[in-house]
Design a binder for this molecule. Sequence first.
Ligand SMILES: Cc1ncc(COP(=O)(O)O)c(C=O)c1O
Length: 459
Amino acid sequence: MLDEIGGAVDWQALDAAHHLHPFTDHKSLHEGKVRVITGAEGVFLRDGDGHRILDGMAGLWCVAVGYGRRELVDAASRQMTVLPYYNTFFKTTNEPAVALATRLAGLAPAGLEHVFFACSGSEAVDTALRMARVYWQTVGRPEKKIVIGREYGYHGSTTLGASAGGMVDMHRQAGDMPNFVQVLPPYWYGYGSQMSEAEFGVYAARQLEDKIKALGADNIAAFIGEPLQGAGGVIIPPETYWPEVNRICRENDILLIADEVICGFGRTGRMFGSETFGIEPDMITTAKALTSGYIPLSALLVGDRVAKVLINETGEFYHGFTYSGHPVACAVALANLDIIEREGLVDRAASMGRVLRERLRAALGEHPIVGEIRGVGLIGAIELVADKRTRRFFQNRGRTGMICRDYCFENELIMRAVRDTMVFSPPLTISHEEIDLLVARAARAIDQTYARVKHLVAA
Ligand SMILES: Cc1ncc(COP(=O)(O)O)c(C=O)c1O
């Protein structure tokens, strides 16, 4: 692109001058060069320097159907022509919002038949937490206010979401509202090596029970948890974990919120992570794959228990957004769900996920710094460790992951580093050949990382 006097636009300089990025250390960003993403097709991104990068993260866990889907563009264009916007506040609605709410009610686990729309995962979480508190107020138990989450949990970046999550740095900067606490995550590889996986699942769940006893069930509104903890490092709970959490929430009369912003719509090989892990939630938050990231939209699915009270007893729920039920976003979501269903992407996530893990294990299972390769559906993680035998992490936690992430980029692969855990969640459309390419590039990046950190690795 040319500027007004015919010179090439220096996007990188303008970005450094004017653009504040999310979750970014700007000083260190400006010391290097920002990468300008200029286009995308299928599972590949293009950047301004001519690289063709395999997007092993589907953007930020969201581009389920892959890039360049004309159908979604056409759905947006059609809806923009007919009705580009109107709100859903003034006793008004629009057809795509109703059609999508109806469709989601049909897809959701039994009993979750009501839908509240927002624009982002964070807003869906914020809505769930406010709805939980309003529910308890309405039924005459206003003292039930505390929300329990988990360490390394991520529930978005509004102040409520950050407070519910377990990211210490976020708490330190802003997200430290009262009445939020966190308990141990079901991170067997990291915390559970003295127990079997099944034992550790029950142990981690009982940490929740202990916390409830300590705080008093009468003071607790809800437990919120991701079916698997994505941003925390793709922490996949042992099979014994969620059934125990179901029991604990039920026995203590605490609402259970499944944050499916990453898991929803096929990522784990079932339509919802709640189905994969046997969760019995009162509410489910969704976003990301709902529109495959083509346009912002989130949906909170609300179960009968809360919905009936909210509808029949609460009166006005003082909450909502200008773009709740945005007709264009809802039209895109409907077209996106058509693709997911027509192409069988949910089953495909299950089968291709198995292929990806097999190939990663064949290529990297014996690698000196690879401690574990785990996954479910098309989401997974590779733990990089200093001592594979004893599961000892590197001392300067996060440095090795960052080195590996940079080598991935050099090898035209996007994988994200969470501490020293490399995480991946490619588009659900990824092919066998693309999986081979992903594995080859990941293996090269991990070899290069090993060469840099070899002196820190147990012999
Ligand atoms: C589980 C979970 N909840 C909430 C969010 C926040 O979503 P958003 O960034 O759309 O606000 C995320 C984002 O990654 C997430 O992974």
